[in-house]
Write a protein that binds this ligand. Structure first.
Ligand code: PLP
Length: 387
């Protein structure tokens, strides 16, 4: 690892720390761009770039050549604008009365997703003059978007004002992570009709998973998110992306416990052998979810294994219930001299894939990353050795 940052001491002494490998991030984005074929490749950077920091992530992707970004809110767009000066920034939740100024001042493109928003947007154009927009069309997700028939009617409406200038028409896949799901093709067919009606306007359908579905799904612009951050986009397939985020927590103390004793709240774990335990400074308040406790939580009754940490070449299980600020790991199988107070336990990253940690918690990498909490000391590296 390179230490090319100024506040090395804060990182070296942090109880909880997150390393973001911007080199791997950029590599993943380029991989998505290759898989997107002739389509241009954007980037979804909503929710603080999936918890990894929109400033650094946005700038790294901009420098790598990304010029189309997707955020959820105008506030996120305003932050990103400082790092992506001439990029197109699409705001997925659209525009709301009172937020017009943010769109005009920061040159943000609202993604119009309902009849109400459309009506409001027409009035904004009448008051403030020309501004680009995008149109979200629902093709079966039933989340945001104009009804496909209404969108097609709009495309054919010769009376619509000239200032109404969509630069993108888009829709979102519900089942892209399951390539065999019939809904993918249904949404593709529905979206084709819409994009044909809006001839001459760019079209976008594919998120990360959609990119893997093949060139039919790529249209003019793709919108990868999770794959850029190293997460698994498609189920039942090896994840080809490089890990980007590594979360580590410091061991505050190690202790010995006897067979027959119990560990953590509820005495949920009863030790079957004399054990050594490492207490680390991360808990559910830090997004290290209680549901991945190894004992004493409902998810364990389903047969899904609990969470694991990684230290000194060993994978070690969580012991008992995860608590608000602390998690206990069973390090009995690791040579004693390799686990000391002050050492760091990897919670997920290069050795524990974020998707494995998420699975142990009964969730997906998206939630693991966006739930990281506020107590991580973040460090950004650009690991050129791996380039
Ligand atoms: C979040 C989001 C994306 C990115 O999705 P991933 O599954 O993370 O690749 C793309 N499009 C829309 C509309 C989104 O909300």
């Amino acid at each position: 690892m390179t230490d090319n940052f100024e506040d090395i001491d804060a990182f070296a002494s942090a109880g909880l720390r997150l390393t973001v490998d911007l080199g791997a991030l950029v590599e993943n984005w380029r991989d998505m761009a290759r898989r997107s074929g002739r389509a241009r490749t954007g980037a979804a950077v909503k929710a603080d770039a999936y918890g990894l920091g929109i400033e650094d992530v946005g700038e790294a992707l901009y420098l790598a050549g990304a010029r189309d970004f997707f955020v959820a809110t105008a506030e996120e767009g305003a932050t990103l604008r400082l790092y992506a000066p001439d990029a197109r920034i699409f705001v997925l939740s659209g525009i709301w009365p009172g937020t017009e100024r943010q769109f005009f001042e920061n040159d943000l493109v609202p993604v119009i997703a309902s009849e109400e928003q459309l009506t409001f947007w027409m009035s904004v154009l009448a008051d403030h003059g020309d501004h680009p927009c995008a149109l979200q069309v629902d093709t079966g997700f039933n989340r945001l978007g104009l009804q496909a028939e209404d969108a097609i009617a709009l495309a054919n409406d010769v009376s619509r004002p000239a200032s109404f200038a969509p630069v993108l028409v888009m829709s979102h896949l519900a089942c892209g992570d399951d390539p065999a799901h019939a809904m993918n093709r249904q949404q593709l067919e529905a979206f084709r009709k819409v994009s044909t009606a809006f001839e001459g306007i760019e079209a976008s359908l594919a998120n990360s998973a959609g990119i893997f579905l093949g060139s039919e799904y790529h249209f003019d612009l793709t919108r990868p998110g999770i794959a850029i951050y190293g997460g698994q986009a498609v189920g039942n397939m090896a994840n080809p992306m490089r890990p980007v985020a590594t979360a580590e927590a410091r061991i505050i103390q190690t202790r010995s416990a006897k067979a027959g004793e119990t560990v953590s709240y509820g005495g949920a774990l009863k030790l079957t052998r004399d054990s050594r335990l490492a207490i680390v400074s991360a808990g559910y308040a830090d997004g290290y979810m209680r549901s991945q406790s190894n004992n004493g939580v409902p998810l364990r009754q389903t047969g899904i294994a609990g969470g694991q940490g990684f230290i000194a070449g060993y994978k070690v299980p969580v012991a008992g219930r995860i608590t608000m600020d602390l998690t206990i790991f069973d390090v009995t199988d690791v040579p004693e001299k390799l686990v000391r107070a002050g050492d760091y336990m990897e919670l997920f990253g290069k050795n524990i894939p974020v998707d494995d940690a998420a699975r142990a918690a009964g969730t997906i990498s998206y939630e693991m990353l966006t739930g990281l909490g506020l107590r991580h000391e973040r460090r950004y590296i650009f690991d050129e050795a791996d380039e």
